[in-house]
Design a protein around this ligand. Structure first.
Ligand SMILES: Cc1cc2nc3c(=O)[nH]c(=O)nc-3n(C[C@H](O)[C@H](O)[C@H](O)COP(=O)(O)OP(=O)(O)OC[C@H]3O[C@@H](n4cnc5c(N)ncnc54)[C@H](O)[C@@H]3O)c2cc1C
Ligand code: SF4
Length: 327
């Protein structure tokens, strides 16, 4: 690990000023940053510790929704009774992520900014070609081992999957990311790789996440996060879906539906084609099955990840039907 200096930020403003330098990185829970520093992917000259900053770990509810501070721990948000009642998919996404030890340490802001688990990205000593790590160097994954790579939102420059669980639920329910002086809709916050896979999100130098807000909605109240993975714990998603459902008074016609996918795309993926196909329709198994196929519209596979094109619609279908049964 490259040597770095340590700065304990005294305030959000001080942290922001320090973060304006490209040689500085913020430290929240440290569960990702230290990993990346150890494997030589992150090489900050200064680590700016924000973990102790007062007021950034609050969870506050209004009639309009919830605001969650960037430093709130994953486990506390997952266990919050009001989050469980009003945003079950958010609670479930957090509970199904990582391990209990990591969730006790890791923060909401750090979780949104975790990096891809593409093995070529995380092993610079062996694989020098990685456009995300070294722009213009090429992509070792294309033509390599791709079982865990993305099938949606890929480009010729990068096919790495965004690994986060929470972000999928946030994209489904139109969360907003607070960056101190401005706010960004979560779907715009995460960037497609295009020709610049090294740019993963909308944060500019000198900005940091201070909080996220999630609007209250009937769909968020009746929601689920379904995660399919190789093991039942301590594993990233092969495919996941956050689904929220609001029915008309007849109990069978879909008034509002939210669908987002994880584990299959280069960013947390809102499946609007599925939503549009189902809004106003009667909820029944055949209609849901047909609409769920639209979740992978435009999907492209590279070698070993073709199974995700079959898997993702099934995860979406099961999540929607599970919500329907609870109506
Ligand atoms: C073995 C293992 C398994 C895991 N499994 C899963 C999983 O299944 N699902 C899942 O979603 N995650 C998983 N994770 C990822 C884990 O959830 C993240 O490591 C954690 O959420 C990061 O939070 P942190 O506070 O420790 O971030 P840190 O490591 O402190 O920071 C991460 C990054 O975010 C930046 N940052 C932190 N806070 C801010 C802020 N407020 N504003 C701007 N930048 C900031 C840092 O500079 C750094 O670049 C796993 C991690 C490990 C190690
Ligand atoms: S898929 Fe992306 S992160 Fe992985 S090697 Fe290619 S460019 Fe790097």
């Amino acid at each position: 690990m490259k040597a770095f200096s340590y700065l304990r930020a005294g305030s959000v403003d001080e942290a922001r000023q320090a973060a304006a330098s490209s040689a500085a990185m913020l430290l929240a829970g440290g569960t990702t940053l230290l990993d990346l520093a150890k494997c030589g992917v992150a090489e900050p000259e200064t680590v700016v510790d924000i973990s102790h900053l007062a007021g950034l770990d609050a969870i506050s509810f209004t009639d309009q929704g919830v605001t969650i501070g960037a430093l709130a721990k994953m486990s506390r948000v997952a266990d919050d009774a009001n989050i469980k009642a009003q945003f079950p998919a958010i609670s479930q996404a957090l509970s199904l992520a990582a391990s209990a030890q990591i969730r006790n340490m890791a923060t909401i802001g750090g979780n949104l900014l975790q990096r891809t688990r593409c093995p070529y990205f995380r092993d610079p000593a062996t694989f020098s070609a990685c456009n995300k790590r070294a722009p213009g160097s090429g992509c070792t994954a294309i033509g390599g081992v791709t079982r865990n790579h993305a099938v949606l939102g890929t480009s010729d420059a990068c096919i790495a999957t965004n690994p986060g669980d929470l972000a999928v639920a946030l994209v489904a329910f139109d969360a907003v990311v607070h960056l101190g002086t401005r706010e960004v809709a979560i779907d715009d916050f995460f960037l497609l790789p295009g020709t610049t896979p090294e740019r993963e999100h909308a944060i500019e130098p000198g900005e940091m996440i201070t909080a996220i807000t999630v609007p209250a909605s009937a769909a968020a109240r009746r929601s689920i996060y379904l995660k399919v993975r190789d093991r039942q714990s301590y594993e990233f998603a092969a495919a996941s879906a956050a689904v929220g459902l609001e029915l008309e008074a007849d109990g069978r016609t879909i008034r509002d539906i939210r669908v987002a996918l994880g584990g299959v795309a280069t960013k947390p993926w809102r499946a609007r084609a599925v939503e549009n196909a189902l809004k106003g329709q009667r909820l029944n198994a055949a209609t849901v099955k047909r609409a769920s196929q639209l979740a992978v519209q435009g999907a492209v596979y590279h070698g070993g990840n073709h199974y995700k094109i079959a898997l993702a619609p099934r995860v979406v279908e099961r999540a929607i039907l599970t919500m329907g049964e609870m109506a």
